[in-house]
Design a protein around this ligand. Sequence first.
Ligand code: HEM
Ligand code: HEM
Length: 186
Amino acid sequence: MNTATAPLSRTTVTLHWLMALAMIGLTSVGLYMAEFEVWALYPIHKSVGILVLLLAVLRAAWRLKEGWPTPTGQASALQQTLAKAVHWLLLLSTLAMPISGMIFSGASGHGFGIFGLTLMEHRLDPNKPGEVLPLNAGLSELAHSLHSIIGYVLIAAVLLHVAGALKHHVLDRDASLRRMLGRSTP
Ligand code: HEM
Ligand code: HEM
């Protein structure tokens, strides 16, 4: 049952921490590889990102079926609204980041796959040896910008989210973090 004192389901807890780890990891690797042009990391970033999309769809479906966890503690209506807005933003970014990445890589002609299994071909330009032939340069640019902008929104949302989780645990001393760690609540 979904109440303030009932423990969260194992599915909610497992999906939360798997996704949290994957999203923080992919954001850090994405920023690092783009800044320092570490080409070897690109296929790994793409492969893990596509796998994350599968998990994100599962998680969004689970949320729609189960509803959101009931808030613990005595947070004001404003705090609860802010927390809910950040949760929506985080959940939507787990879908929007891999989708924008796939559109961007596909439309640019670079293609993508999952650890050697090609899902979209790398298109070489027959007239310019060594260069890729974009499928749709405008769409690729738009999706690239979205991938960056949503990435920065995601970083801000995660910082707010972690600050909120620590405030609940340390200052309010309520059970929200313990509950998300799979511990039972008093
Ligand atoms: C949850 C999934 C993902 C997250 C959180 C994520 C995050 C990021 C971030 C933060 C950047 C740096 C952006 C910048 O500096 O402008 C980046 C770069 C990149 N991402 Fe992703 N990404 C994800 C999935 C994907 C997928 C599925 C693909 C393609 C199939 C992809 C392709 C790329 C590429 C090619 C870059 C390099 C952009 C450049 O060189 O400017 N990403 N990613
Ligand atoms: C170290 C980092 C993180 C900590 C300490 C943390 C902690 C928490 C806690 C305590 C809750 C329960 C809130 C409540 O009971 O109202 C929660 C919920 C949630 N968190 Fe995180 N979180 C972290 C990272 C992330 C990341 C990176 C994402 C996604 C990108 C994320 C997405 C969510 C979502 C969508 C919820 C709502 C409940 C659910 O759908 O499972 N969290 N988090």
